[in-house]
Design a protein around this ligand. Structure first.
Ligand code: G3P
Length: 193
């Protein structure tokens, strides 16, 4: 029974639409009506600037990390990972924002931070290098997912490997339109790096 309660709490936590809240409260702007329309950190940077972008990035990461801490007394990582997945589900399909949320990247990273900070560091480095080379946030998010699958093998944690694989497939699915835009050369590149 407690698993169900933890999963619901994690889903509700993930559903907190930080990008929407920061936009509306701090800037009187609904970012769903601007930029890519995505309720995520990238679109927040794009529409509201660096300060708001950093706040939303940290908040979205934190949702995943806190979710993995909910079932702390259950020692196996696998329970914490699965509860974390519900936070990603909430972030992507938030009950508090008409089920239209982000693309699962930051909150997925937050899960990994809660379970394996070293792997999270590898992901951050991979993301920065990919972004430097490609200038595409979306592509860098996908590359980070794929590299993290490979990196997770070295930690000998089958639960971690499976959850990262599931998350990466989900991230690719959520970025399908971005991939199409990259193919058509209409995906915006970052200009500041
Ligand atoms: O994490 C989302 C990012 O990879 C792409 O966001 O707004 O450019 O579609 P966006």
């Amino acid at each position: 029974m407690e698993y169900i309660i933890f999963a619901i709490i994690a889903y509700l936590l993930g559903s907190i639409p930080s990008a929407l809240i920061v936009g509306k409260v701090g800037y009187n702007k609904d970012i769903r009506l601007h930029g890519s329309g995505n309720l995520g950190a990238t679109n927040t940077f794009r529409v509201l600037g660096i300060k708001a972008g950093i706040i939303v990035t940290l908040a979205d990461i934190l949702k995943g990390t806190v979710a993995t801490l909910i079932p702390l007394f259950m020692d196996a990582d696998v329970y914490r990972l699965v509860i974390g997945l519900f936070a990603v589900l909430g972030h992507t399909y938030p009950i508090f924002a008409k089920f239209k949320g982000g693309k699962a990247v930051a909150t997925s990273g937050g899960i990994i931070l809660g379970i394996n900070p070293l792997l999270f560091l590898i992901m951050i480095l991979t993301f920065i290098i990919s972004l430097y080379l490609s200038k595409y946030v979306s592509l860098s998010s996908i590359i980070t997912g794929v590299v993290s699958i490979i990196a997770s093998i070295f930690f000998h944690n089958i639960g971690l490997f499976i959850v990262i694989t599931v998350l990466t497939i989900f991230v690719i699915y959520r970025h399908w339109d971005n991939l199409k835009r990259i193919k058509n050369k209409t995906e915006p590149k970052i200009t500041w790096m």
